[in-house]
Design a binder for this molecule. Structure first.
Ligand SMILES: Nc1ncnc2c1ncn2[C@@H]1O[C@H](COP(=O)(O)OP(=O)(O)OP(=O)(O)O)[C@@H](O)[C@H]1O
Ligand SMILES: [Mg+2]
Length: 221
């Protein structure tokens, strides 16, 4: 699956780049009041969207190498939190069980995991809420939790969320690769990812918590 995806994505990438470039050139040549501008704009937007999907696929297929380095996971979480654009109606909280959690992980990939989980959490809270990033650990592993007070994941979707291209977002919004990539990264670190969620407000307040467990020692160590 990965190789096929990478192959196709790579082949599609170049002609797509040509389409985008020539559409942009045409757009530049058209006078500002030309009626065809709108159509051309639509072409550019949708070709750009294809490009995004393709690069998502390429990224997904390339996720096969971990470069571990001793990392303070607390600091990494702080850093990602600092770079997150938090909507005005969302409160972001960071809670560290201990001041430091050292683990041999691929810093960029774990940052990507966090970014994906945070982006999903924010998308699940269109009317605002609370986003909590929590770190903890024991002798062997570190734990990072991303919790939201959003709409929750309905029971019937739970089994599908890690599948590539599964998305409940409207066409043009999600590619459904975020959690698939996330799962791949966690597995390559020989870690686990778990989800607890409630989508039924009659039971208790809705929300979702993803918990990532990562061994402190990488395979090489
Ligand atoms: N925190 C969450 N709360 C509610 N639903 C979630 C949450 N995280 C994931 N989901 C559900 O899982 C689906 C798959 O998530 P995933 O990140 O793989 O793809 P996506 O967010 O739809 O698209 P992409 O991440 O590629 O932009 C989402 O469409 C959504 O239905
Ligand atoms: Mg996502």
């Amino acid at each position: 699956m990965g190789q096929l995806a990478a192959g196709i994505a790579h082949e599609v990438n170049n002609p797509l780049g040509v389409v985008i470039m020539f559409a942009h050139l045409l757009l530049e040549d058209l006078p500002a009041d030309d009626k065809r501008r709108e159509d051309l704009q639509t072409i550019v937007e949708n070709a750009d969207r294809c490009k995004k999907i393709v690069s998502g696929l390429l990224h997904f297929a390339r996720q096969n190498k971990v470069t571990p380095a001793l990392t303070d996971v607390c600091e990494l979480v702080d850093e990602v939190a600092r770079l997150t654009i938090v909507p005005a109606n969302v409160t972001l909280e960071v809670e560290h069980g201990a001041p430091e959690q050292a683990a041999e992980v691929d810093r960029d990939q774990i940052a990507q995991v966090l970014t994906n989980l945070i982006s999903n959490a924010l998308a699940a809270m269109p009317d605002g809420g609370r986003l909590t990033l929590r770190t903890d650990g024991d002798a062997d592993s570190v734990r990072i939790a991303v919790a939201d007070t959003g709409v929750g994941i309905p029971e019937e979707n739970r089994a599908s969320i890690f599948t590539p291209f599964f998305t409940t977002k409207p066409v043009g919004k999600g590619t459904g690769l975020g959690l698939a990539v996330t799962y791949g990264i966690v597995k390559m670190h020989r870690g686990q990812i778990e989800v607890a969620s409630n989508a039924n407000p009659a039971k208790r307040p809705t929300g979702t918590t993803f918990t990532v467990n990562l061994p402190r020692k990488s395979q090489k160590g």
